[in-house]
Design a protein around this ligand. Structure first.
Ligand code: CO
Length: 201
């Protein structure tokens, strides 16, 4: 078996760099976290939420799954949401998809991916909902990226239905929802301009 010693070597190197830059770094980390952001992203290994947003340790609470989905029966996501909103009191919840998402692409084909097909089922429904718009797009890349955007917007709608969000808004807690997409080809973060915030009642 190939040794993974280089990971531990990298770790030692990282510690050395962190301390050279900021001798107090690890002491501060011990004191707890006060992130303003909850970032919901795809598990794709090319997506590096902290790096692309320029946010360091302690600044971003993160949840990741295939195709950055908000599903009502996902106790993992629901627990993350509750902790982020009720305990950490994050101000911003970002759903950040990415162009070229394999999960979104898979939802447009007929391949048998086993349980992943169940996971991405709601994106198939979305593709059905937008089939006329999709049919007008010429390339596969354009169709995938169109659906990537629609998928992020749908997840914002799903978030708005969560009791934890409704309750926070009802209690006048400052909490904004943002629909963003990461473009891996350019590194650019794209704002879909669909920020949702507390509505006056
Ligand atoms: Co993806």
């Amino acid at each position: 078996m190939k040794t993974l010693a280089y990971i531990f070597k990298n770790n030692e190197e990282w510690i050395r760099k962190q301390l050279a830059y900021d001798p107090d770094y690890f002491h501060r980390m011990e004191e707890g976290q006060h992130p303003e952001f909850l970032w919901i992203a795809c598990s794709d290994s090319r997506v590096l939420p902290n790096e692309l947003a320029g946010l360091g340790a302690g600044q971003m609470f993160v949840h990741r799954n295939i195709a950055n989905l908000v599903q009502y029966n996902d106790i993992n996501l629901l627990s993350v949401m509750q902790y982020a909103v009720d305990v950490l009191k994050v101000k911003h919840v970002v759903v950040c998809g990415h162009y070229g998402c394999g999960g979104v692409q898979a939802s447009m084909g007929n391949t048998d991916l086993g349980i992943i097909d169940i996971w991405i089922r709601q994106i198939r429904d979305l593709a059905e909902q937008f089939k006329e718009e999709l049919a007008e797009l010429k390339t596969e890349v354009e169709r995938v990226n169109f659906l990537v955007e629609k998928n992020v917007l749908q997840q914002i709608k799903n978030l708005k239905e969560l009791p934890v969000i409704k309750r926070a808004w009802h209690n006048k807690q400052e909490l904004y929802l943002h629909a963003w997409v990461f473009d891996m080809a350019t590194g650019r973060l794209v704002d879909l301009k669909q920020t949702e915030q507390e509505q006056p009642e």
